[in-house]
Design a protein around this ligand. Structure first.
Ligand code: AMP
Length: 369
């Protein structure tokens, strides 16, 4: 079979690597001729809304998926007339607009930070008065890695933020004083079979994911059950097929849902070596209508993103249990160009290995070179 993928970044690349063990072929559509997935499949270079390219992708593919959530919904719907598109375009539509997404969660009884849609300065003032400060002002669409958002502490901040990003539709969210950020990764097959990986604790810096720890010290069965219940409701409601990631704020054993990504996710990269079945393999299995694999975690696992500069491979690989993934992308400040997963038999050993790896991987050290 041939799997078509909208987007040719590292997520597409790792999907193809997982699919190749099942003898699947991959074709990618990406606007960039340098898209890194070109090394593991056939790359068509074209815009996501170019109907000729979309038709060609549909012709070549038995099923189509996407690895980038800013693909136009109209393109996903156009393709869906010609070939199965998973996850369903409706999932893409919901996730692309933060207001639509939060209203969707609210309808399913899934708690989120309080929010208000904002499209004028007066609406911003009213929303600040209603939700209080601090609050977070974000663009409704096309935000990622913390871009297009400001934390507001004062009315002056609100006024400056409006000047900076008020030209597009916005959402104001109550600031959540969370203790931890976590994510729940889940997968649903064409038969409705559903699996969940253990909750992952995520650490961001500068809006970019730095580190993921599945089943960390903060993990409890109660949190896991709560997160699974939320994810299950979303999967059912959307008649979902594929991997779904949901990002969560956690405080005092309570969960507020931040957002969802209808695709494989950076906080699931640890599953390649750290889980019985990786998110990539299970996504491919779901697309093909195959039985899903166990999501059991193997040993203790941590994942560090490689951002901005590639460390010496030998330095990373000298750490026992470490695996380096190099995405084949040009290095640039703030750009994800790889990740390291490390496994250990005990929690203490994992902590020690991470302590060794962090300075090797960290870009702030690299910047001093
Ligand atoms: P997002 O683009 O929504 O994932 O936001 C990027 C990061 O900003 C999140 O990972 C949080 O660290 C922070 N953040 C977003 N929304 C809120 C909120 N309502 N309260 C507190 N922090 C937030």
């Amino acid at each position: 079979m041939t799997i078509g993928v909208l987007g040719g970044g590292q997520l597409g690349r790792m999907l193809a690597m997982a699919g190749q063990t099942l003898d699947q072929r991959f074709v990618f559509l990406d606007p960039s001729p340098d898209a890194t997935a070109r090394h593991v499949g056939n790359l068509s270079v074209g815009a996501y809304d170019d109907e000729e390219h979309l038709s060609e992708l549909a012709r070549k593919s038995d099923v189509v998926t996407y690895e980038f959530e800013n693909v136009p919904v109209t393109s996903a719907r156009f393709l869906n007339e010609l070939v199965h598109v998973y996850p369903p375009p409706r999932a893409l539509e919901v996730s692309q607009d933060r207001v639509v997404e939060k209203e969707f969660f609210a309808r399913l009884g899934i708690p989120t930070p309080a929010f208000a849609a904002v499209s004028t300065r007066a609406e911003l003032e009213a929303a600040v008065a209603r939700l209080g400060l601090p609050a977070v002002l974000k663009t409704r669409r096309f935000g990622y890695d913390g871009k297009g958002q400001c934390v507001l502490h004062t009315n002056d901040d609100a006024s400056h933020a409006w000047d900076a990003i008020g030209s597009v539709a916005l959402i104001l969210e109550a600031f959540s004083p969370f203790e931890r950020e976590m994510s729940i990764l889940s997968v649903r097959g064409t038969t409705g079979e559903t699996r969940f990986w253990p909750l992952v604790e995520n650490e961001h810096r500068g809006g970019i994911l730095r580190r993921s720890l599945p089943q960390s010290n903060a993990w409890t069965p109660k949190l896991q059950a709560l997160a699974e219940a939320h994810a299950a409701r979303v999967l059912e409601e959307l008649d979902y097929v594929g991997v779904l990631a949901i990002e969560l704020f956690v405080k005092n054993g309570e969960i507020l849902v931040n957002e969802m990504a209808p695709r494989v996710h950076n906080s699931g990269h640890w599953t390649i070596e750290g889980s019985e079945t990786s998110q990539f393999e299970n996504h491919v299995r779901a697309l093909l209508g195959l039985p899903l694999g166990s999501t059991r975690m193997i040993d203790h696992v941590g994942m560090l993103n490689v951002i901005g500069r590639m460390p010496l491979h030998a330095d990373v690989l000298a750490v026992d249990g470490a695996h380096l993934h190099v995405y084949g992308k040009e290095a640039a400040r703030g750009r994800k160009i790889g990740h390291v997963t490390v496994r250990a038999k005990t929690r203490e050993d994992l902590a020690q290995k991470l302590e060794t790896l962090v300075p090797i991987v960290d870009e702030s050290l690299a910047a001093r070179d």
